[in-house]
Design a binder for this molecule. Structure first.
Ligand code: UGA
Length: 432
């Protein structure tokens, strides 16, 4: 099929590349000339495992094209995916500016009937708004249908998730649009759920809100475990074996970050407010997460009382491993709080350093490797569980630091690994 994908952020680009990989003719459109120039050269502007190889392969096969020109991008395409960002607005609601712009550009350039498919995460009712906005601006002989096809990709494993996800959701109030999308998606060989437009939009928000709830719940249990002498790893393991609970997303840590959970939980609350419905559960999910993001600093202060002038090594800056994304990363809040208290922060991240510099500028020192960060440090904080960081043996902390005191925000080490290593080790929800 001939497909256009609007927006080449991580959702749009991964969608476009993977649709090309299963045999479609895909044109990705973006208004950012610089980005399109980079993409045309077969280079990916984002760090996403496996994406560059797949992109280059499909450019060579002439399945995948890039343009900044809507007229060129939409010509002959019956399927048009919208995958632009829906960032958080000032009041917590989703900002639909890019959706508006994409809709206006589609309306101005579309010359044939088409199905518009929204990939972007949008409040319930937005797809009807998009349809109305585009249709009312088109000439009478062109008809569009609208469908919602939310994505459930995790950054860092987005390509893998596209081919190995748990389900594909397609929502539309047009049966023929559902049928076309079912056929297009059949080649991913995943379970397909066909539903109505509004339910599809809601499935996305409800899924992210539920996962965020699961994380705040387990983090709250971890904090309680610490006070009661229990071990959250053992508790999660025992809980997760109950199929009704499930074992994934039960790793306690320093809270969720990234571009999705923080924004989507706030957007759900905002949508609730619009219809006069309070959501105290989700409000508290967010509150618990805010507290969790700086919990390591509380632990440091409890242990040291004063950290002025101390060298603190921060290992990991990205909001999670395998991504260079720093959006709402707990590391931002942790380092800022450490700096406020007068500490000298030396941070290392395998790939997120450049993005971190945009946010934390020269307030901290960026180490070129783990050794440089740890060298002579008084305190070490583990904030992102990159394999490279997980694999540092405790003996290395002993080798490089003065008197190693480690605060592990991701429970990277088994408690038994402390035996024989002369280090002080604090983690989340486990005995010291
Ligand atoms: C999340 C969802 O998992 C995807 O299904 C969804 O498509 C995406 O948002 C989106 O809406 O675009 P993502 O934000 O990339 O994906 O990352 P996750 O792997 O879900 O991790 C989110 C946060 O939870 C990270 O900060 C991570 O460190 C934290 N986390 C995750 C934990 O603290 N413990 C866990 O057990 C799992």
């Amino acid at each position: 099929m001939n497909i256009a994908v609007i927006g080449t952020g991580y959702v749009g680009l991964v969608t476009g590349v993977c649709l090309a990989e299963i045999g479609n003719q895909v044109t990705c459109i973006d208004i950012d000339h610089e980005k399109i120039a980079i993409l045309k050269e077969g280079k990916s502007p984002i760090y996403e495992k496996g994406l560059t190889d797949l992109m280059q392969k499909n450019i060579e096969k002439e399945n995948l094209h890039f343009t900044t020109d809507y007229n060129e991008g939409l010509a002959d395409n019956q399927l048009i995916y919208i995958a632009v960002g829906t960032p958080q607005g000032e009041d917590g609601s989703a900002d639909l500016t890019f959706i508006d712009k994409a809709s206006e550009s589609i309306a101005a350039a579309l010359k044939q009937d088409a199905i518009i498919v929204t990939k972007s995460t949008v409040p319930v009712g937005t797809n009807e708004y998009i349809k109305e906005k585009i249709q009312s601006a088109l000439s009478e002989n062109i008809t569009i249908q609208i469908a919602s096809n939310p994505e459930f990709l995790r950054q860092g494993s987005a390509v893998y998730d596209t081919f190995n996800g748990d389900r594909i959701i397609i929502g539309s109030d047009d049966q023929s649009a559902l049928d076309v999308l079912e056929e297009v998606n059949a080649d991913f060989h995943l379970p397909i759920v066909k539903t109505d437009l509004r339910s599809a939009e809601m499935i996305k928000y409800a899924s992210n809100a539920f996962l965020a709830t699961k994380l705040s719940f387990i983090n709250e249990m971890a904090n309680l475990c610490e006070r009661l002498g229990a071990n959250i790893d053992n508790v999660s393991n025992g809980m997760g074996m109950d199929k009704r609970i499930g074992s994934s997303f039960l790793n306690a840590g320093i809270g969720y970050g990234g571009s999705c959970f923080p924004k989507d939980t706030r957007a759900v609350i905002s949508v609730g407010k619009d219809v006069g419905y309070d959501m105290p559960l989700l409000e508290n999910v967010i509150g618990v997460n805010e507290r969790q993001k700086v919990i390591l600093v509380d632990k440091v202060m409890e242990r040291f009382q004063e950290i002025k002038g101390k060298k603190v090594a921060v290992l990991g800056l990205a909001f999670k491993p395998n991504t260079d994304d720093m959006r709402e990363a707990p590391s931002i809040f942790v380092t800022e709080s450490l700096l406020d208290k007068g500490a000298a922060v030396h941070a290392y991240d395998p790939v997120a350093t450049e993005n971190a510099k945009q946010i934390l500028s020269d307030k901290i020192t960026y180490a070129a490797n783990v050794k440089e960060a740890l060298d002579g440090a008084d305190i070490a904080l583990i904030l992102t569980e990159w394999n490279e960081i997980r694999e540092i043996p405790l003996s290395d902390y002993k080798k490089y630091m003065n008197h190693p005191v480690i605060f592990d925000g991701r429970n990277c080490f088994d408690l038994d690994e402390r035996i024989g290593n002369d280090v002080e080790y604090h983690s989340i929800g486990r005995p010291v």
